[in-house]
Design a protein around this ligand. Structure first.
Ligand SMILES: Cc1cc2nc3c(=O)[nH]c(=O)nc-3n(C[C@H](O)[C@H](O)[C@H](O)COP(=O)(O)OP(=O)(O)OC[C@H]3O[C@@H](n4cnc5c(N)ncnc54)[C@H](O)[C@@H]3O)c2cc1C
Length: 368
């Protein structure tokens, strides 16, 4: 049996696992990533990374890579159907998910990290600290970091057995051509559409709709442009142009799980979507995962003892996660208002007060 008894074993090589790995190694803490797939992969969509996470990625020298591989839109333009509401300066980086994970993976390897592929976690003995995989491999480890996403088996095994719950929202996503340097957020009754540039010529389209129809078979299913158009209905010109130039269309069911009381158990800590999957209406799920990895690594380096770091991690992360979970849910309600009078009021507040900037300041400000 290989001995990783001095390593933190990270299960999952997504945004949370890779960023945690980078932050741990940058604090000289040994770790190893186990990923069930045969390679690092992500695809089919873009992701926006806001300053709270950009500033942390900067600490592991990734800001330049974000600038090179992604795109910083100049402005975010808000529209009610086709009518402009307001326009604000953008502070986010937009990038294809594939590029984001490959930047993180490259940095992890540069820092001396190793990912062991084709290893699907099956069980862990938290007393002996023996970790078992589907391929019958077993390893003695120091600590288990669960970065295995919303369907986390580790969460099911040690924390709660509640199945992920359909949020009532689904999202259509595709990547197509769009020469604009700005992002566009179009608000409508029971839906909102987001368009942001991820390179100088490509944009990521996300159309979120309120619908009781779940994707029963799969959370992410490939669909056709006709299905997208029939679900989404009216689109402004920019959104329509991007959709029509796209080749692949994906429909994502949006699921959540109840907020957890505990983020850790004996020799186990939860991160990212395994700890706190949220609705994506403020684009914060991946950013919170990055904050988690940074916080835990820093606290572990400060505290030295794992048990103390776990307690401090839970103490600092729970209130912030709770706040962003609540704001994300509320955002969908604001975006999807159908009552004309309320819509007018919302648009007035967005255009004539500093409500958007205040909200962003609140989310983007992250201090450990
Ligand atoms: C429509 C939509 C739009 C979004 N937009 C944004 C946005 O703009 N900005 C933002 O910050 N966030 C956004 N998010 C949220 C973000 O995508 C997630 O929060 C983030 O991807 C979570 O990363 P993770 O690493 O925790 O989980 P995952 O990405 O799910 O990664 C989990 C990894 O664990 C591996 N794994 C799973 N089980 C096992 C096992 N048993 N053994 C070994 N490996 C395993 C998987 O193969 C995978 O590699 C969006 C989400 C949705 C649905």
């Amino acid at each position: 049996m290989d001995d990783y008894s001095k390593h933190i074993a990270i299960i999952g090589g997504g945004i949370s696992g890779l960023s945690l790995g980078c932050f741990l190694l940058s604090e000289n803490i040994k770790c190893i990533i186990f990923e069930r797939s045969s390679k690092i992969r992500e695809g089919g969509a873009g992701i926006s990374i806001s300053p709270n996470a950009i500033n942390l990625l900067d600490k592991i020298n990734l800001k330049e890579s974000l600038s090179n591989e992604g795109f910083f839109p100049e402005k975010i333009n808000f529209l009610d159907e086709d009518d402009p509401i307001t326009s604000i300066e953008s502070r986010v980086c937009c990038i294809s998910r594939e590029k984001l994970v490959s930047i993180l993976y490259k940095r992890f390897i540069e820092l001396g990290g190793k990912v062991i592929f084709d290893h699907e976690y099956t069980s862990f003995d938290s007393d002996t600290k023996i970790l078992n995989f589907k391929n019958n491999q077993s390893y003695k480890i120091l600590h288990l970091a669960a970065c295995d996403g919303i369907k986390s088996k580790i969460r099911n095994d040690f924390f709660d057995f509640a199945e992920p719950v359909y949020s009532g929202y689904s999202a259509w996503r595709c990547i197509g051509e769009n020469p604009h340097k700005d992002a566009f957020l179009q608000l409508s009754a029971n839906k909102h559409l987001v368009l942001y540039p991820i390179t100088g010529s490509l944009s990521s389209f996300v159309g979120c709709i309120k619908t009781s129809t779940e994707n029963n078979e799969s959370w992410i299913a490939e669909g056709s442009i006709d299905e997208l158009i029939s679900d989404i209905g009216f689109m402004s010109d920019n959104h329509r142009d991007t959709v029509h130039s796209s080749k692949k269309f994906f429909r994502w069911g949006i699921y959540t799980r109840p907020l957890l009381k505990k983020y850790f158990a004996k020799n186990i800590t939860l991160f990212g979507d395994a700890a706190h999957p949220i609705v994506p209406f403020l684009g914060q799920g991946g950013c919170l995962a990055i904050e988690d990895g940074f916080s835990f690594s820093k606290l572990l380096n400060d505290n030295k003892a794992l048990e103390d770091a776990q307690k401090s991690y839970e103490r600092v992360r729970k209130p912030r996660v709770k706040m962003i979970t609540r704001l994300s849910k509320e955002q969908a309600l604001h975006n999807h208002i159908s009552n004309p009078l309320l819509r007018k009021t919302r648009n007035f507040l967005m255009s004539k007060t500093s409500i958007i900037d205040k909200q962003m300041d609140r989310i983007y400000k992250f201090n450990l």
